[in-house]
Design a protein around this ligand. Structure first.
Ligand SMILES: [Zn+2]
Ligand SMILES: [Zn+2]
Length: 230
């Protein structure tokens, strides 16, 4: 008891946010964020900050996108309790691991990224028609997510902006780099490459979102992924 009290007095308690590197604070949709050992913990209630036909009430907006085949899926957006744990100092894994179904990362507004599959090795062919005007949709438990370019973020932050992080801790950028719109052919087998970015002036491995599959990522993590729990 006395020991515990003493150790509490001796430790210099800083607000947990002070140790969070600035780049992660770009994840403005996080409901909480703190460092836990070698990991950054990010919490999200997964409430997109844009309207959607999958919302009810004041955040409802009828579909006004460009897909003539758009069809609402039967789900609606509901509050989630997501906890991401991503490595603070991401490093290349000795061998890459596949991305899972469900969340593979988190975008700036707290909405999870998913890979390019609708189910085990099932392409997104029909799911694409249920993406709303911001390119997201909810799955059956109401978890809203992006499989492809999050249009609200690229419109507001820029096509070349940092858009989020995958579970392995490596950053995800939009399709534009140095004035060029990238395609999958410009990237390595894991949909990324190493180079200098605005946020990482000394260079880092990073993923790019492209208009062609696997869109965000889906062929494996470059680093060792952390975890996500619902
Ligand atoms: Zn989906
Ligand atoms: Zn790049």
């Amino acid at each position: 008891m006395a020991l515990l009290a003493m150790s509490c007095q001796k430790s210099s308690v800083a607000p947990s946010t002070s140790s969070v590197p600035a780049v992660y604070k770009k994840i403005y949709g996080a409901t909480d964020m703190y460092v836990d050992g070698n990991y950054l913990v990010i919490k999200s209630s997964d409430q997109p900050d844009h309207k959607s036909p999958y919302y009810s009430g004041s955040k409802y907006e009828a579909y006004n996108g460009t897909n003539s085949k758009f069809q609402l899926n039967p789900n609606s957006i509901s509050t989630q309790s997501l906890t991401f744990r991503i490595p603070l100092n991401p490093v290349k894994a000795s061998s890459s691991s596949s991305t899972p179904l469900g969340s593979i990362g988190i975008s700036l507004n707290g909405v999870p990224f998913y890979n390019q599959y609708a189910g085990p090795n099932q392409p997104l062919t029909s799911e694409i028609n249920s993406f709303d005007q911001y390119n997201g949709h909810p799955q059956m438990t109401g978890q809203y997510h992006y499989h492809v370019e999050p249009l609200y973020l690229t419109t507001n932050k820029g096509k070349d902006a940092l858009l989020g992080f995958l579970l392995d801790g490596f950053p995800v950028y939009g399709p534009l780099e140095n004035g060029k719109t990238l395609t999958d052919a410009d990237l390595d087998a894991l949909h990324g490459h190493t180079g200098i970015t605005t946020d990482y002036p000394s260079g880092i491995y990073h993923y790019h979102i492209t208009a062609d599959a696997p869109y965000i990522n889906g062929d494996g993590f470059y680093g060792t992924p952390g975890t996500v729990s619902n």
